[in-house]
Design a protein around this ligand. Structure first.
Ligand code: EPU
Length: 333
């Protein structure tokens, strides 16, 4: 494994911000991770793992070693509908591969930027579907012990945009591959109103669901290849039902979704931000997307600091206006 020094991270994060990594290496196989582990241990350096950098915002130079996961491989496993993909595979290409192999379930997760290895970290989700519904197990390298382990769904502690990999001990685990159980029969999930609407009068075949999801995403969300962004910058907040009822009296028309817990209601952060006038606003090179108030974009050579300052201003206006503290979905480094 080739370890480079002082590498510009602009090509390795979807915001396209330019910070440097003191050391940077591309991981192509599990054995590279042993070398990386020894390298940082001998120099007492921090280490972090990057997929396609589509959910990260660098606000400073990174003083340690950044590992760019680029191991490849997709294979069907013996069980019906089972497959395994390497962490460095592109997520959207895996969705297309599954459709071609007549393995269904991932259509609603089409066009989510990022790698297969990053998918379980934040339990990616869109249009009424989350990764955990298909997840069977993953293979992870433990940077602390140097061992490889297999982790089941319950080991991963999935929740809304969350997993064990976002907490302290889990951050030492590097995902090497992910195994999924898909269906050999079409299983259209049309719970998201916009998707159902888009397919009105048509048979919801997996291909049509996939196409409709791609169309919806393209109409609302900016393509990170054209304008730097990391999708939703904040999570949708969850509040108590009584807090929601108070908000409804003060702000008639505020949307809310029931959750599994009948005492909790999830609110669209985008709505809260749009009410506070953030859509399309710009601060220096950083801006809020014109079509979606939850998406921050690198409009004009923004630094990570510009983007995070804009995000802080946005979240404090929501705190003042609605008494809700937004949490970032994007990892700030
Ligand atoms: N809305 C506004 N203003 C806007 C945009 C949306 O008021 O500018 C309101 C609308 O009422 C809309 C509601 O917010 O009905 C929800 O908007 P949308 O359907 O676009 O979804 P979201 O809650 O903003 C979440 C995920 C997305 C995912 C979509 C579709 C989070 C943090 N984000 O966004 O995921 O694609 O649902 O399922 O949960 C991502 O994680 O990066 C991401 C893009």
């Amino acid at each position: 494994m080739d370890i480079q020094e002082q590498v510009d991270l602009a090509p390795y994060n979807s915001f396209g911000v330019s910070q440097r990594a003191a050391f940077f290496a591309e991981v192509q196989q599990a054995s590279d991770l042993h070398q990386a582990r020894e390298f940082v241990a001998s120099r007492h350096l921090p280490i972090m793992v990057l997929g396609e950098g589509s959910n990260v915002l660098f606000i400073k130079d990174y003083p340690g070693l950044i590992l760019y996961m680029n191991n490849k491989g997709k294979e069907l496993l013996p069980g019906a509908g089972m497959l395994r993909a390497a962490a460095g595979e592109n997520w959207h290409e895996l969705v297309i591969f599954c459709l071609q192999k007549s393995l269904y379930g991932l259509e609603n997760l089409a066009l989510i930027p990022g790698t297969v290895g990053a998918a379980p970290i934040q339990n990616i989700g869109a249009y009424g579907v989350e990764l955990e519904q298909f997840f069977v197990e993953l293979e992870a390298f433990d940077l602390k012990t140097g061992e490889t382990r297999y982790m089941s769904k319950s080991d991963c502690q999935f929740a809304y945009r969350d997993s064990i990999f976002k907490q302290d001990p889990g951050q030492k685990l590097v995902v090497l591959s992910v195994s999924l159980q898909l269906s050999q029969q079409p299983t259209p999930a049309l719970g998201y109103a916009g998707l159902k609407e888009a397919l009105t009068g048509e048979e919801a075949t997996p291909q049509r669901v996939f196409d409709a999801v791609c169309d919806i995403r393209r109409s609302k969300l900016p393509n990170p290849k054209l304008i730097g962004n990391a999708g939703s910058f904040f999570k949708n907040p969850v509040v108590s039902r009584s807090k929601y009822e108070t908000l409804c009296r003060a702000h008639p028309g505020i949307p809310g979704w029931d959750t599994e817990d009948s005492d909790l209601v999830k609110l669209p952060a985008a709505w809260l931000l749009e009410q506070k006038g953030w859509k399309g606003k710009q601060r220096g090179g950083a801006a809020v997307h014109e079509n979606h108030a939850l998406v921050l974009v690198n409009k004009d050579n923004a630094s990570g600091e510009d983007i995070v300052l804009l995000a802080e201003e946005m979240s404090s206006s929501v705190l003042q206006g609605f008494g809700i503290a937004l949490q970032t979905e994007v990892r700030i480094v």
